[in-house]
Every structure is written in C-alpha cells, then in structure tokens.
Ligand binder design. Structure first.
Ligand SMILES: *Cc1c(COP(=O)(O)O)cnc(C)c1O
Length: 464
C-alpha cells in the first residue's frame, strides 16, 4: 500500500507516472514485465482514477485518498491481468498426489537440486566424452528404463500421448488396430483413443461391448490387415458390476499366436510392482514385459514421479521402427526433461524414497508432525483420505489423518493468494490440510502462510 503522505494529496493531484514507477511495489514489476508494459498499465490505471476523481459530485476525500494509496497494488494487478503472473511454487495440502492443475508429480528434491548445473551450461547430451564421437541422445535414460523393466529396449518421447502416437504411426499406419469398446477412453482434454488413432492414420477396430470384452472377440477381429492389438488401462474411472476384460497375458499369447504385436497403455509409468493395496491390480511396466506384451507405455510425470515424458518399453525391433519414423524427431524430449528423468530413474534403481512414498508415511512420525502443526495452528487432527489422483491409478482412497480448522471459501482463497500459495480443501464447513502431499521441509512455510491467512483476512490479497 502506498503511504498517502508520500504522494501528493489526492485532492491536489495524482502522483506522477515516474514517481509511481519508482515505488518499490511497482519497480519490482519491471524486472518481470519490462518498463514499457508496466508504464502502459500504470498510465491506464492513473487515467481511470483521474476520471473517477473528476466525477460530479467528486468522491469523498477519504475514498479518493485510499484510491491513490492503492495505486501500486492496482497497477500490479493490472499488469498481471494483462501479461499473466509468474509461475509459482505452490504447497499442495489436498492429499491428492497427482494434481494435473498443480503440475502432476513434484520432482524428488535431490533430482531438482541436480538440475541447475546441467542447464545453465553445456552438457554431453549427444557427445561421447570418451571417444569424442557423437553419442546417443536418449541412450542413458533408455538403458536405465530397459534395466528397470527387464525389457529388450526402451524409447523416450515427450509424453505418453506422444508414445501412443509414435507407436501407432510407425506400426499401424493405414492398417487396423483392435481395441476393446470398454477402453476407448478419454484421458483429458482432446486426448481420446479414437482421435489419437485417427491422427496417427490407423484404423480402429472396436471389439466387445462397453462392459465386457472376451478373448474370442479379439480373435474374431484379427485378420491380414491387423497391425496391432491395443489395450488401454482405464486411469481415471472404473468399470464395475457385470464386467469382463482380457488380461494382458492372454492378449500377449493371442498376439504371439497370430503374429500381431500387442501394445498396452499402462498410463501411469509405474515401473515395478509396489506393495500398497491402492496399487494392487494395476500392472507395472516390468510385469507387462514379463507377461509377454510386445510394447508397454506410460507417463513420466505420474507414478514414476519424474518430468513430463512418454516411456515405451518392449521389443527392440518394434522400437527401432518407432525411432526411424519421421515423427520421432518432433516428439523427442528436451534436455531438461532428459536430465530430470535420468535422475529419477537412478533413484528407482537405487530403491531410494520418492515424493509419492509420502502418501504412506511412517505412522508415528506423521502423527508427531501433525501434532506439532495442530498445536501451532489450533487445528484438530481428523481422519482423512488421500489419493494418488490425476488420472493415474484408480481412485482408491488412502486412509490416514489430516488437519482440520474452521474455514470457508474466503479462507481457501486467502490461502491460494498467500505467499507461498497453499491449496487445501473444504469438508463440512472445515478447511482440511493434508500434509501427506507436502514435503516436511515445507512445513514451516506452510504453517506461516496458514497463520497469516487465519489472522488477517486482508493479508496478501492483491486482487480484492
Ligand atoms: C495419463 C495417461 C495418458 C496420457 O499421458 P500424458 O503423459 O499425459 O500424455 C495416456 N494413457 C493413459 C492410460 C493415461 O493414464
């Protein structure tokens, strides 16, 4: 807020544009948006206020003075509205680990810390330092994935949608791909299996019914034009009741008999089986390979816990065809993603803990953490469910505990606009903060932000 004594009194005139641009709250915008854009918005805001002050009858002096005092904040809001605010670090206290709106999986801190020196300089992305010859760009991550999944080979592209596109385009263009009607899913936005298929130039052959598909349905559909049998794991919904689907192992056997490759879209990038009951029934890429599936694909930024990427594992000959396809160049990941993916895959190899493991904390340690936070906030500890979320593994709840405080939409909004922004949720008139999706290192920042939002209803609200 601008101290009104610092500026000309509203009745005598408005602060000059230069003076406003030198105000700390406005000057700090210049490094984010450039002086020209800030000046344009500042002039617009000041002109608007001048018109309001010139109205007949004029606003009361207190109103005019507080409008002048608010100028820097209003200018900041105007610049943000015009050009967008900067991407911000957010504390996710929703208990939903994979939040598409919050960037899906957070990178493990050790991986994030390893990135800057690889990014603000050159790196041996495609140079073999031992021989001085050209190296394989994706060789590192693909060797690690191959080892982790027990596959013949691996291929990494920009995301899982791209993995499907390249597999379909390279292996099934102008030919038929057999898919169960129950698996013609929409993953989100414009990502629908039939549309991806059409974009890749493959012909969709639907088999079975929405709720039930049998092996015989696939068998009857396989013919000379069949290029691929595709199985897609439902990641964001669940069919229940009178349902039947063909297991990857059965489909792999049929594919082997018929000489047709089988591709399974596993979705979440789960590399190896995990013991948690919420993941039971969701096959890992390693299991799919072991079951004889020719190719399996998944995302890098879901359960794998890495950057946005698409992982394809399976038969070397099929992946070589994908790699030779002209689209491959268009779909390859950049070095930021490759560096992050390499770091995350090494943690998987080493069996190190990953952020997703926080969903299943050590009970006692977590209780102590909650009690400390509850004491500082005056919160209650109540039973609450966490979720993997984000269209990853099925939405099986993870029982546990969270913090509860009296709260409403206004408090949620103050938390979102705080520094750092905190995202929680409301349940039965209470604000719930689930620390299972917050790194323990962030507890103090979270507690400070929540206390501020509780104490001062006006704090940090910029666009009010
Ligand atoms: C998430 C998901 C995709 C899309 O993956 P992106 O990496 O977001 O492109 C495709 N298929 C399934 C089954 C998924 O769960």
């Amino acid at each position: 807020m601008m101290d009104s004594s610092e500026f000309s009194n509203a009745r005598r005139g408005l602060p000059s544009l230069d003076r406003l641009l030198n105000h700390p709250a406005v000057a700090s915008l210049i490094s984010l948006y450039g002086r020209d854009h800030v000046r344009v918005q500042a002039r617009r805001v000041v002109d608007e206020l001048r018109e309001r002050l010139a109205a007949d009858p004029p606003p009361p002096p207190e109103v005019a003075e507080s409008a002048v005092a608010a100028l820097p904040a209003v200018i900041a809001a105007a610049v943000e509205a015009a050009l967008g605010g900067p991407l911000r670090r957010v504390l996710n206290a929703t208990g939903v680990f994979l939040h598409t709106n919050l960037g899906r999986a957070p990178l493990p801190p050790a991986v994030a810390r390893s990135l800057p020196p690889l990014l603000d300089a050159y790196c041996d992305l495609e140079l073999d330092l031992a021989t001085g010859r050209r190296g394989q760009r994706n060789g590192r991550v693909e060797r690690l994935l191959t080892a982790l999944c027990g596959a013949e080979a691996a291929l990494v592209v920009n995301n899982n949608a791209a993995a499907l596109v390249i597999a379909l385009a390279a292996l099934a263009r102008d030919r038929e791909v057999v898919v169960s009607r129950g698996e013609l899913v929409e993953i989100g936005g414009s990502f629908r299996i039939p549309e991806i298929m059409a974009a890749a130039g493959a012909r969709l052959v639907e088999v079975g019914a929405t709720n039930r598909t049998r092996l015989a349905d696939y068998e009857a559909a396989v013919g000379p034009a069949t290029a691929l049998l595709l199985k897609v794991f439902p990641s964001n919904f669940r069919l229940s009741g009178f349902v039947a689907a063909v297991e990857p192992r059965q489909l792999a056997a049929l594919g082997a008999r018929a000489g047709v490759p089988v591709l399974v879209d596993e979705g979440s990038g789960l590399l190896r089986p995990r013991p948690q009951p919420q993941l039971a029934g969701h096959p890992s890429l390693a299991e799919l390979v072991e079951q004889g599936v020719d190719l399996a694909c998944g995302s890098g930024d879901k359960l794998l816990g890495g950057p946005q990427a698409g992982l394809l594992v399976g038969r070397a000959a099929l992946l070589a065809r994908c790699r030779r396809h002209p689209l491959y160049r268009a779909l390859r990941p950049d070095r930021t993603a490759l560096a992050a993916l390499e770091g995350v895959l090494r943690l998987h190899l080493a069996g190190s803990p990953l952020p997703v493991d926080r969903l299943w904390p050590d009970r006692q340690a977590h209780r102590a953490r909650l009690e400390r936070a509850a004491g500082l906030l005056g919160a209650e500890i109540i039973p609450a469910e966490a979720f993997l979320g984000g269209g990853s593994a099925p939405e099986a709840p993870i029982p546990g505990e969270a913090l509860a405080l009296p709260g409403d939409d206004a408090l949620l909004a103050r938390l979102r606009r705080g520094d750092p922004p905190v995202v929680g949720y409301l349940r039965q008139g209470r604000l719930i903060l689930d620390l299972r999706t917050v790194a323990p290192e962030d507890d103090d920042a979270l507690l400070a932000a929540v206390r501020l939002a509780l104490q001062n209803p006006k704090s940090k609200i910029q666009n009010a």
